[in-house]
Design a protein around this ligand. Sequence first.
Ligand SMILES: Cc1cc2nc3c(=O)[nH]c(=O)nc-3n(C[C@H](O)[C@H](O)[C@H](O)COP(=O)(O)O)c2cc1C
Length: 388
Amino acid sequence: MIFSCVDYDYTLSQGDKLLALIRRIFHNSPEFRHDSLKHVARYAPYIPFFGAKANLSNSLQRVVSFADHSNSLYFGNPIILAAGANKTAKRIADYANLGFGGITVGTATRNKREGNTHKPRIGFLEEDRAIHNSMGLNNEGVDVIAKRVDEQLIHAHKKGLCVGVSVAETPGLTDENDKIQDILDCFTRAYKAGDYIEINVSCPNTGENRLDLDTRFFETIFSEIMHLRNTLGVRKAVFAKLSPDLSLSGLQTLLDVVSRYGVNGVVLGNTYPTAKMESLPVNATWDSLTTLRADGDKGGLSGRPLYENMFQNVAFVRKNYPHLKVMACGGIDHGYKIFDLLQLGVCAVQCYSVVAFRWMAAHAMRRELLAALQGNGYKSLRDYDVAY
Ligand SMILES: Cc1cc2nc3c(=O)[nH]c(=O)nc-3n(C[C@H](O)[C@H](O)[C@H](O)COP(=O)(O)O)c2cc1C
């Protein structure tokens, strides 16, 4: 197992420069740029020089199996588009055109939410290739989202996409029983639809205390969710999405809890609270960031600066909690990074910010990952998996 983190970088292509130009042109409309991903996913295959088509070759396919016999997950490749990029669950299969082998839709809450009202809710740190956001879990509610997933799942599978649904508790509830009922209702609805479920306990953008900072309630939530999961006919994998800013002892406490209740794995991690961003290798200062909330908050940071911290967290979990599946998430922007993470033992990776900075990012990373595998003597990811 390797433990040193290498921050591989890519040379800017013409496409990356075009993306930079588009970011500059629309610098006053960051949410418009954010939303335009769905149009790129839909129409790019029709534009010849975009090179955007679902890749159904089996060179990077990965099957993730679980010791507790939860349904195996079939990824067209181990690069998943992280939660937040497709919050509506509309036109899921289009995202295969961008090169992804999986997608987590949502985050969904029990009922529709507008999210934070302050605008803008997204800002860019150009020099750091990073984004900060404070969307505040805007979504149409789990019933709408789960119905869409249900209707499209077979089509998405045909395009090589494994589909997870991310759920979170409704911010603002005060009564503990209401909170538990809320997340269980949300979970049950999402569970019927997705291939796997991600419990987002680490959103820094709702103005509420994050669930992963309240160990006692975190334990209650996961004991209830897993108890419910175990009574359901079909067994699907459940992941907890944790924050990247936890101390190692804080992380350990939560990992002990998820292990105790049989949670299948963790997504490491969510956005990094900008209030603490000086612990990351960032050029921008907190003062220079756009204010994203009425209370002066500047949201959570995503993108390249998160990578090293995430890598260390993943290495820690793989070494000390080898029974937990790990989806690595945070600053992944190169296929060689994905190869290193696979060597650490992650089952898949998730990424999001890179699509704003790298032209057809998942396609580029797929090519790099395949080159890394072949450079190390493996013809395919399957070949690699057989060897390990
Ligand atoms: C605009 C935006 C919206 C996001 N919304 C969600 C969300 O609804 N649920 C969630 O679990 N994570 C959300 N995230 C976090 C991402 O899923 C991911 O964990 C984070 O951006 C780190 O990955 P990256 O560095 O590859 O972007 C969001 C991130 C961004 C930039």
